[in-house]
Design a protein around this ligand. Sequence first.
Ligand SMILES: Cc1cc2nc3c(=O)[nH]c(=O)nc-3n(C[C@H](O)[C@H](O)[C@H](O)COP(=O)(O)OP(=O)(O)OC[C@H]3O[C@@H](n4cnc5c(N)ncnc54)[C@H](O)[C@@H]3O)c2cc1C
Length: 347
Amino acid sequence: PIQVYNNVNEGAYYFAEGKGPLSNKKIRAREVHNDVRGYMAELLSKGIDQSKLDTALTKEDAQTVLEYLAAEGGLDIDKLYKASARRGYSESPGAGNQSGKVGDANKLVDMIQSGLLDPDFYNVAEYTYELQMTMFQAVGGMDRIATALQKRVAPSLKLGAEVTNITNLPEGVKVTYKDATGEHQLQGDLCICTLPLPVLSNINHNFSGDVSRAIDYIGYIQTGKIGLQFKRRFWEEDDHIYGGITHTNNDLTQIFYPSYDYLGKKGILIGYYNFNEKAVRTGNLGYDDREKLALQKGRLIHPQYDTEFERSFSVSWHKTKYSLGGWAVYNNETRKTQYPALLKPDG
Ligand SMILES: Cc1cc2nc3c(=O)[nH]c(=O)nc-3n(C[C@H](O)[C@H](O)[C@H](O)COP(=O)(O)OP(=O)(O)OC[C@H]3O[C@@H](n4cnc5c(N)ncnc54)[C@H](O)[C@@H]3O)c2cc1C
């Protein structure tokens, strides 16, 4: 079975370490998103109003765009952004006369100086085609898919077998592997090889030059995560965060909130999910130090870490022997120059 994977939540936080007026404090994503959207819409409206943009718009079209910008940015009648309920309340609305008090907008210059417009906080993940809502995940974790497939092919599987050589022969192919009982060889007509390329790169093989080059050339991303188990789901009970992602500009990069077991007794957060040099730095730490880092940086956002933490589990994929990276990173060039060699049969 599958369940909705909630990767977008305006109630999650942005946390920018630094020296700006909004640094080192958690700010709801909805405040930053709506303030920035408002100011951008205001800036564009001014540009169009003053005919300073060479937009080749007719007067009527320009009017339509201005109205669109006012709606999109939540601008007031003077086409100025002065905060709106979209960014949330400093006093929540309630019954009767309590209409609520809309929070003041953060100043654009404060957001810029605090790094909230820096790449760490770009909204691209939500815009990316593959990540747009609605997303699903396998109940119990994505490896349930592999486990379900495994059940169907169990009799023909050899687990605990490490492939060390793949040799194309004039007729067929020979695979050498070792397991607990020693070294073995298998011969077949074909070998469908799905080993991660950085692993395959270190295996003895006699593949042709272009295949071998592609295997060695394609990089895999450096990435790491830590799971933090807590006694209490304080992010739900105290912060009203149900799923979604908090973004930071420190080594955590992100904190993921679970999209399952809402309001249950315990819960697991992904305490960091980082990439590239941040993943290398955290991956180079021992398990205890990774945990220490996740707790030390995480408690700046959720001080409840101090009382609710139970235990952690971390993985650094580029350091995991049978992965050596998170996933293949292709660009337009390597898709043209290297990838085709990996799609055709060799030998
Ligand atoms: C943290 C993280 C987040 C991700 N998020 C997403 C996402 O949101 N969306 C998405 O589409 N993808 C995501 N991916 C990528 C996706 O998980 C991988 O691209 C996908 O699992 C690759 O599948 P695969 O079968 O090619 O390789 P793998 O799943 O890596 O399988 C390779 C298998 O080969 C085995 N093996 C390795 N070496 C040997 C050997 N010498 N002998 C025998 N067996 C060996 C391994 O043990 C493994 O079982 C993510 C990956 C990571 C690490």
